[in-house]
Design a protein around this ligand. Structure first.
Ligand code: TRH
Length: 394
């Protein structure tokens, strides 16, 4: 990498630690790319797990972590100990409450114009977010103030990540049937009936999957189930009576065709979501991307202690189902609760009602996405917020 880029002071600097899975880096990588695109490529992203980054970003996988690499205007750096002596960015974001290296905090405190310091929080639809978004927290020892920034679904929050041009790209993909057919054919997904229901399945382990696979096999409509490599693959194999499944395999059972896809980069995953009529997603980033896909989704929320995640699930359902016809809202809510183990009913039992309601939910998903897309996105709100706190500090 260009030595200049290694040492130039970035405008935006993001720190991310992997807690589990891909989502934390996934969110940060998208935000970093978006900021670089809007803001003249002055972004540096530190990640502690280079291997996870490499799964989402093949250019990083090919690079030497000790040197870092620049991708789409973002300087990607491996966060190691001891932390190198670098000039902090003008805006320093710690993602998901990760702890900044002490040496970096000291460097931030020594600068004549101190950086804006942001703690980017997890996404939640809960009402308390409005009361916490933007709050300031002075450092106990150093002359630094951290501000909490909460993504969310309304004006009282930090909004949702939505990079410039995303909706246009989705629409171009969708309005090109020949292109979509070629995209499917390249992945070995050709020659399926016209009335096939295309479903993508990205999920954690799911003990109750077998019943749902059974419902799809016995259903009235053909189902194409596209499963990118993920933790649910073992349950898919078991549900189909197999020992294991691998990328590239295609299994036919009754009305169900299951195709296992290799884990792709983030752009490839977006295309998968756009190509389907129903997306099973998980965690945070795929959950948001499925909303931008503007088709029905099923969310498997990341499980937390004491079932705290179920409160978050209900908070989102309440917002999402607002304005959705009562029967469709009930079908959707029942299925989501079943999928998250929040109900005695199994997903296989809840499927029929959801399937019936899909056309109505599809219209609603489009309106939901359009409404969200008409509001300011996370990067714009963050930029504005940081401008205000930096102006106030001068
Ligand atoms: O990996 P996740 O389960 O991440 C979760 C959440 O972020 C959660 O908030 C966090 O607390 C927990 O981890 C520890 O799910 P998520 O957020 O959807 O991230 C997956 C990323 O993987 C997302 O950026 C999309 C990307 N992806 C690809 O790039 N290619 C693929 O083929 C697939 C299937 C996913």
């Amino acid at each position: 990498m260009d030595v200049r880029l290694q040492h130039e002071r970035p405008k935006w600097e993001i720190f991310c630690q992997v807690v589990d899975n891909f989502g934390d880096i996934g969110v940060c990588l998208r935000l970093a790319r978006d900021l670089a695109d809007r803001d003249g490529k002055r972004v540096r992203l530190w990640v502690d797990d280079w291997a996870v980054l490499g799964r989402l970003c093949p250019a990083a996988a090919a690079a030497d972590p000790a040197r870092g690499v620049e991708v789409d205007g973002v300087v990607l750096r491996h966060w190691v100990q001891p932390f190198p002596d670098v000039v902090p960015g003008e805006i320093v974001i710690e993602a998901f409450a990760c702890e900044l290296p002490e040496v970096h905090l000291q460097a931030m405190a020594k600068l004549a114009e101190r950086p804006a310091w942001i703690n980017l929080e997890y996404l939640s639809a809960e009402d308390w977010v409005a009361g916490c978004h933007g709050l300031a927290s002075p450092h106990p020892r150093l002359p630094l103030v951290k501000h909490f920034f909460f993504p969310g679904f309304d004006e009282a929050s930090g909004g949702l990540p939505r990079e410039t041009g995303l909706i246009g790209r989705r629409e171009r993909f969708r309005s090109d049937p020949a292109g979509m057919a070629a995209w499917r054919a390249e992945r070995g997904l050709g020659s399926l009936a016209d009335d096939t229901l295309w479903i993508s399945l990205f999920a954690y382990e799911q003990a109750a999957l077998a019943g749902l696979l059974e419902a799809w096999q016995q259903g009235t409509r053909p189902v194409a189930l596209l499963v990118p490599e993920s933790r649910i693959l073992g349950d898919v194999a078991a549900g189909l009576g197999l020992d294991a499944l691998h990328a590239g395999q295609r299994i036919e059972r009754g009305r169900l065709t299951t195709c296992v896809l290799p884990f792709t980069d983030q752009a490839g995953y977006d295309a998968l979501l756009w190509s389907c009529a129903l997306n099973f997603v998980r965690g945070e980033d795929s959950f948001v991307r499925a909303q931008w896909a503007a088709v029905p989704l099923v969310w498997q929320i990341y499980a937390q202690q004491d079932d705290a995640h179920l409160v978050k699930l209900e908070a989102f359902l309440a917002r999402y189902c607002h304005g959705l016809e009562e029967g469709a809202a009930a079908a959707l809510g029942d299925f989501w609760r079943a999928w998250n183990g929040a109900d005695d009913i199994a997903p296989g039992q809840a499927w029929h009602a959801l399937e019936q309601a899909l056309p109505v939910i599809a219209g609603h998903a489009r309106c939901w996405s359009d409404r969200l897309a008409s509001t300011a996105d996370l990067a714009s709100r963050l930029t504005k917020f940081c401008f205000h706190i930096r102006s106030a500090a001068r």
